[in-house]
Design a protein around this ligand. Sequence first.
Ligand code: PMP
Length: 438
Amino acid sequence: MSNRPNDLSSYWMPYTANRAFKQDPRMIAAADGMFYKSADGRDILDGTAGLWCVNAGHNARRITEAVQKQVAELDYAPSFQFGHPKAFEFANRVADLFPDGMDHVFFTNSGSEAVDSALKIALHYHRMRGDAARTRLIGRERGYHGSGFGGISVGGIVKNRMYYGSLLTGVDHLPHTHDLTLNAFSRGCPEHGAEKADGLIDIATLHDPSTIAAVIVEPMAGSTGVLLPPKGYLKRLRELCDRYGILLIFDEVITAFGRLGANSAADYFGVKPDIITTAKGITNGVVPAGAVIVSNEIYQSAMDNADAPIELFHGFTYSGHPLAAAAGLASLDTYAQDDLFERAAALAPYWEEAIHSLKDAPNVIDIRNLGLVGAIELEPRAGAAAARGTEAMIKAWERGVMIRVTGDIIALSPPLIIEKSQIDQIFGTLSSVLDSIA
Ligand code: PMP
């Protein structure tokens, strides 16, 4: 096959309008700090930390150099039956950042794998305790838990589910918490809607709680448009799970590693789940990696497995990959040495003011913010007309700012190294972009 540098046809891009993209591609050639460099040589301010992952900014030297050193020293080691020291060190360091009593870490290569692993671990836990009837899994409407079959089954995005057959059986969904009639333009978590957690009472009443294994939610739903938990909601969900003996899983693929100005959302909200899934910021996006962090009780239930010498029949060729471990350790060092989580917390009030300054821009029906996350929701156009969000994303790119859109919701989550002047640049650009959209 000849070299075809300008031929875009072979690559089938994920979650992308391939036909439209290939007509008018947005190509990225390089990155440094807060900026991407487009293929045509323009600086693009990264308002989204890539895909919510580059928390320490691009090309952070400590991380990229650690990966270069690691690949020269140990490129790969089998993850089954053999170990290498950095994977163990990385697990210890990850566990240190999560709540007390959650001291065990299972490595994956992505958020999707972390979610499917967590669901399996939850089922395994109940079985190990002789409670094998607990097989039901509960997700939430408008939840996103990656693209694996487990994740799309507990997830609540219709288009991610409707093409793929019957999915996992025995799955129910809590109602989502997004309510613009009561909560529009809230700052931080909205006042109304904690009682939506009581959807779990209805599900438990319908099926009997003794059949339910686990509930999985994003503490803050990111990919479906930054849906914040109403005040008291997560605590109420925790109490109900305790009442019924159901495991609570927080999907923290986005919210861990400083995004909210804390180690994790569990930490930020003061609610401790039984299992946490994470990915993205765990390696600053530099090497693909994910993790499942479990309570000591769950880990012990597996270690006590008398069925077999191997305590959990599950894993991946690249679990705890040397490059991921090296990138992860250097990322955690960078976050700590540069106080990036504290920095995010300190910048959050400025961010809040800046994003809410767009409340009178055309077509804006809601603005939301928490930590260094924000969303601007636009009024959908009638009928099948193209989403305003997509138009905003393309115009922002042309004007030098990367934003992310889900339909008509603009989501923002910059690297935690952002300066105030760059926050101003994001919202100044967005203001002109929104003014230009009919
Ligand atoms: N869970 C959540 C909450 C996510 O935000 C994402 C990715 N946006 C995933 C799972 C899937 O992660 P990945 O794309 O790494 O598989």
